[in-house]
Design a protein around this ligand. Sequence first.
Ligand code: ADE
Length: 230
Amino acid sequence: MRIDILTLFPDMFEGPFTQSIIKRAVARGHLEIHLHDIRDHTLDKHKRVDDYPFGGGAGMVMMAEPIALCIEKLQAERKYDAIIFMTPDGETFSQSHANRLSLHENIIILCGHYKGVDERVREMFVTEEISIGDYVLSGGELPAMVVVDALARIIPGVLNDETSALSDSFQDGLLSAPVYTRPADFRGHKVPEILLSGNDRLIGEWKLEQQLERTRQRRPDLLEKLDFDK
Ligand code: ADE
């Protein structure tokens, strides 16, 4: 999978994209990430990428032209399956959304800043808009990192244990069961006996019960959405 990210702050991605799972996904050739500085595509002699909003109002608006030129340059090189704009008024990101996106070959993620981007960019180029939650961040960079991380971990071959992404919370519509490691007794707090039993069937049943109980207590809304016929 190839992800092209359009941003005014490419350096923000340095840390998260050179560590852990994303680093491994890139190193193993499962994921290609290309960062594009929108400022490199402005035709303005002062390299301006934002301007005052027509009709007044607070804040600056990212201009259409540099973004359009950057997208068009990429589109001339390959076909994109999705052009995603990170914005608080987009569809709320979810595991099923990540699963769907992970099937794509090439995607563009556009990060907004200031008061947003000129609406015509959204009309002319953007195919979907994603929010990571009902709060406003300073820009789309952190949300883009969230989306890339969620995608990287579900690309087959990225995680060592193939089943481990499948057992993530939300993958089956439930929260995860609690997990324990050594020692079996930590300051008098013992690991549930069943996990030491070696009986895979009983352990599997216990885990499912725990998942259901945790989901019932913490996120009953998820149980209502469960499709038991799947
Ligand atoms: N940009 C600013 N806030 C955002 C959010 N909550 N989700 C996606 N993009 C954003």
